[in-house]
Design a protein around this ligand. Structure first.
Ligand SMILES: [Mn+2]
Length: 458
């Protein structure tokens, strides 16, 4: 096969080369050699034995043409439909944007250019990453290529410059024919991410799939491939996990319904179907991403879709994790209910909890965000209507509104008011209408901020 070197993974001597060439159409293969080549070099690959310089002057051009044809042949024409409205209408409106992002994605994937896929550490973000993983895998079985994907779990909802640094480091060992790609799933749509965006912008092409309401001053919307259902008549219920799944449906028809539902369930979406498959996956995604060390072994900080796949395939491990998650969640909720403080709102009840009263040293699961939602469920199930929950831990305030109260009130307004009132004292804040977080710059101001919120709700 004749082709060009499209990516090099540098080693001490020689490297691992991705050769993108033509053999009855576009094809890319990985090849190890101790010879030295540069990105863009024309080469001839004879069997698996040798990589030789080649001199086809128009080789780069022919490879490019073949690549374009290959991508067009992979892309699926039909819009992904679930038979659910208004979900399908929103998908229909953003489909063109998903398609153009997918063309970029496939280009990088087929050329072996590094792709960093960063996902939020919850069921929604993980469900999206997992659907995308399954789709890439299916495509690989169908056409064969040398993918260069790196999966990164993102702790928290900001893409800060620390994360950008990390992603740049991860791709530093590679030289590629074009910029690496960064894919963001389910986080980062707030001004706190601006520094990460400006660091990453020069080094990466970026595809950003999120469903958080955009906060003022967020600069990610300027990116060519920033896709958010809020811009297409949708809202937070159209989860990022589902968006990532729809994205992968532009090039693969692999069944990801279970993981779409896991993302709906995890994010309390109105599209969640608690009677269908997805509940267990949702719990496992949440547990593993809350406490990777506990689920996968000491010292671990990251989890990949391959590891989720191994858990799903291992019945013993799977049920062990589910049992543990249920037991742990039950314990922490029982303790939480015991330690609640009650306040009166205008025409609703406010329940507040200091998370320090219930957390344990032995496990990070459940994380306070997931816990706050479950605590709200528990309170509502015990017969309370129109409820607000505030859980505070360290410099964080996590707030939840039950469905009824959320019809009349939005946490985004409360967060905006607090930001306005405390200015620089608030490091960040955002979320959704019924679920939101405020991060203070100094946790010593927490009592004051809480009192001011309670005061404004009287
Ligand atoms: Mn989400």
């Amino acid at each position: 096969m004749e082709g060009i070197i499209s990516c090099i993974r540098h080693r001490e001597r020689g490297g691992i080369f991705v050769v993108s060439g033509i053999e009855g159409g576009f094809k890319s293969v990985e090849f190890r050699s101790n010879r030295s080549f540069s990105v863009g070099d024309s080469v001839r690959l004879d069997g698996i034995a040798e990589l030789e310089p080649a001199s086809g002057t128009d080789l780069a051009k022919s490879v490019e043409e073949a690549l374009g044809k290959k991508i067009s042949s992979i892309m699926r024409a039909e819009v992904y439909r679930k038979g659910v409205e208004p979900l399908d209408s929103i998908t229909g409106r953003l489909w063109g944007r998903l398609e153009s992002a997918a063309r970029l994605f496939l280009r990088k994937l087929l050329l072996g250019v590094p792709i960093v896929i960063r996902f939020h550490n919850d069921a929604d973000g993980s469900g999206g990453a997992y659907s995308l993983y399954l789709s890439i895998k299916e495509l690989g079985e169908r056409i064969g290529f040398a993918p260069n994907t790196m999966w990164m779990m993102n702790r928290g909802v900001a893409y800060s410059s620390a994360e950008a640094e990390n992603d740049m480091l991860a791709t530093n060992g590679y030289s590629a024919i074009e910029k690496p790609l960064l894919v963001i799933i389910d986080f980062g749509t707030a001004a706190e991410s601006n520094s990460g965006i400006s660091s990453a912008k020069g080094k990466f092409d970026i595809i950003w799939l999120d469903h958080h309401p955009m906060t003022e001053g967020f600069r990610g919307t300027e990116l060519e491939h920033y896709i958010n259902p809020w811009n297409f008549g949708g809202d937070s219920s159209y989860t990022a996990g589902f968006l990532a799944s729809a994205f992968s449906k532009t090039f693969s028809a692999v069944d990801t319904e279970e993981y779409e539902n896991a993302s709906f369930i995890g994010d309390y979406s109105t599209y969640a179907d608690t009677g269908a498959r997805g509940n267990e996956a949702s719990i496992i995604f949440d547990l593993v991403t809350s406490d990777v060390g506990m689920a996968l072994g000491g010292g671990r900080m990251n989890v990949t879709p391959q590891e989720f796949e191994a858990i799903f395939a291992n019945e013993k491990k799977r049920s062990e994790l589910l049992r543990y998650a249920n037991m742990r969640l039950g314990e922490v909720l029982d303790a939480g209910i015991e330690s609640l403080r009650r306040y009166k709102g205008r025409d609703f009840e406010i329940f507040m909890l200091d998370f320090e009263d219930v957390r344990s040293d032995e496990s990070k699961y459940p994380l306070p965000g997931r816990f706050s939602s479950k605590l709200l469920d528990r309170i509502v199930a015990s017969g309370h209507g129109r409820v607000m929950v505030i859980v505070h831990v360290g410099a964080y305030l996590l707030m939840r509104l039950d469905k009824e109260l959320c019809k009349d009130m939005s946490l985004l307004d409360i967060i905006a008011e607090v930001k306005e009132r405390y200015g620089e004292g608030i490091e960040g804040g955002g979320g959704h209408r019924c679920a939101g977080t405020i991060k203070l710059r100094d946790k010593r101001n927490k009592r004051g901020v809480i009192n001011s919120i309670l005061g404004s709700l009287k």
